[in-house]
Design a protein around this ligand. Sequence first.
Ligand SMILES: [Zn+2]
Ligand SMILES: [Zn+2]
Ligand SMILES: [Zn+2]
Length: 318
Amino acid sequence: MSDEGTQTTRLSPDDAFSALGSETRVRILRELGAAEESLAFSELYERLDLSDSAQFNYHLDKLLGHFVHKVDDEYALASPGERVVEAILSGAVTDEPRLERTATEQRCTDCDRRLEIEWQNGSVEVYCPSCESRWDRSWGRVGGPVEADSGYMGRLPLPPAGLDGRSPTAVYRAAQTWANLELVAVAAGLCPRCSATVTRDLSVCATHEGDDGVCSACESTFAVRLTAHCTNCIFSTGTGAAWGLLATPELPAFLFEQGLNPLAPENPDHLDTVLNDYEEDIVSTEPFRADFTFAVGDEQLTLRVNRSLEVIDTPRRD
Ligand SMILES: [Zn+2]
Ligand SMILES: [Zn+2]
Ligand SMILES: [Zn+2]
C-alpha cells in the first residue's frame, strides 16, 4: 500500500467515537464534506479559522487513516468520514425537533377528515381524528411498542432533516415516500440502515377479528403481520404482511399497471390505501398459505403466499 493515511483501518466503536470527540475534529470532517474536492493542508487550515497550526495538525492526525485520507498531499473524507457527515447533516444523531400533533391537508381516505401528524423519536406518527385505529401500539424504536392514542394509523420513519422547510402536508408526503423506500429494502431482505440481512417473520393471529378496527388478540387490523429484524444493527420494523410483497414482480407490476408508482408515489395516499386495505384469507395453516387480494378500482390481484412470503400462485377470484 502507498503512503500513510490512504489505508483505511478498522477501529473499535470506542476508538472511533473518541476520535470524533472533539469539536475541531468534527469541524474538519464537515469542512471536508462541504469541499467539492480534496484540500491541501493550508486550505483546510484556513477554512477552519484556527489560531494554532500545531493543534490543527494534532487533530487532523487523529482522523487520518480512518475518517480522512491523504492522497498526493491533499486531504479528503474517507467513506466512514462521509457517513459521519451525512449522519450529522440528517440531524438523526443530533436534532430532536418538535412537531406537535398538527392537521395536514391530506384527507383520510375512509372518512375524509384531515389526517394529523406528530414527529417524535425519529418518526412521523399519523392519526385520523375520527377513524378506528389501524394499530393499537406504536412500533417505537426505543423500549419496544407502546400503547398508541386512539385513531393511530401508523408511524413513518423520517430523519429530522425531513422536517426542514416543509409544511405538515409535505412532511407527511415525504415520510410516506421515505417509509416506502425502507419497506422496499426490507421486502428485498436488506436493512435500510446498514445494508446487512434482515430476518423476516410472519405472525398469524389464529382468532383474528379485525373487521371493526383493531383485533383485541393481536392489536392490529392485520391477521398476518410481518416483523423484520436486522442481523447486524438494531433496526426492526413491523407492518401488515402485504408490504413484504413490494419486492416481488407481481405486486409492483399490478400497481404500475393501475397507474400507481410503488417506489415514488405521486399519490401516496392512494398507494397507502391499496397497500393497507387489502383482503386477507388464510387458506391453510399447515403448510401456511394465505391469499392477499389488492384492489384498485374494479381491478383486483390475488397473491397466494407461503410463510416466507413467496408468491406461489395468483389464483383467480370469482
Ligand atoms: Zn378517517
Ligand atoms: Zn388478531
Ligand atoms: Zn441494519
